[in-house]
Design a binder for this molecule. Structure first.
Ligand code: ACO
Length: 169
């Protein structure tokens, strides 16, 4: 599916320059409007957090673009030590689509890219706000399941070898 009639491309982010960071912050802040408790306190938090994501998972930082405009992103980490799992797993640190483009299949395209990238990690972990029902439903459709809760955050996991595209190893 294409976002608003134009082709959506999924690309690895090449560099996090000032302009790109500002655009990602804008997408992030708008997407979490009305869910402030899950999206940080404000722009300076978002800036620090997105820089942290870039530093931690450069190879798995994918953006959705329509033309030259970034309309969403997903941050996928192949090397995340999960203290809950007691081992290194795959992780999705952040996943956001520009509010104006949500519901057009862009999230699915980003998630497909992410799952392909994290396919060999065996298990993928993510944390989602307990009342973020739309996102929880989205993840459940991919086979993620709730395995725990810490405060307002729900931990979800997906066993990749078993569940991604039914390609059991
Ligand atoms: N209302 C309705 N459906 C929603 C909603 C919502 N608020 N949020 C997500 N969905 C789900 C539906 O299940 C829908 O399912 P369908 O494909 O069967 O119709 C699906 O999303 C829509 O798919 P897309 O159009 O591909 O998804 P979209 O481009 O809207 O992106 C995303 C999904 C990234 C969750 C987007 O809604 C968003 O940015 N939300 C705000 C930020 C957020 O909550 N991110 C996840 C936080 S957890 C984390 O980052 C690890």
């Amino acid at each position: 599916m294409s976002g608003k009639g134009k082709e959506v491309k999924i690309e690895k982010l090449q560099k996090l320059d000032h302009e790109t960071l500002e655009r990602l912050i804008e997408i992030y802040m708008k997407a979490y409007e009305g869910m402030r408790e899950y999206g940080g306190e404000g722009e300076s938090y978002a800036k620090r957090y997105l820089r942290w994501c870039w530093g931690k998972a450069k190879d798995g930082f994918f953006v959705a673009k329509i033309g030259d405009r970034i309309v969403g992103f997903i941050v996928c980490d192949k090397d995340w030590y999960s203290k809950y799992e007691g081992k290194v797993v795959g992780a999705i640190h952040e996943f956001v689509v520009d509010k104006a483009y949500q519901g057009h299949g862009i999230g699915h395209k980003l998630m497909d890219k992410c799952l392909e990238y994290l396919r060999d990690t065996g298990r993928i972990e993510l944390w989602v706000g307990e009342k973020n029902y739309g996102a929880i439903r989205f993840y459940e459709k991919y086979g993620f399941r709730k395995v725990g809760q810490h405060g307002i955050w729900i931990r979800m996991v997906l066993d990749t070898k078993k569940e991604i595209n039914g390609k059991a190893d």
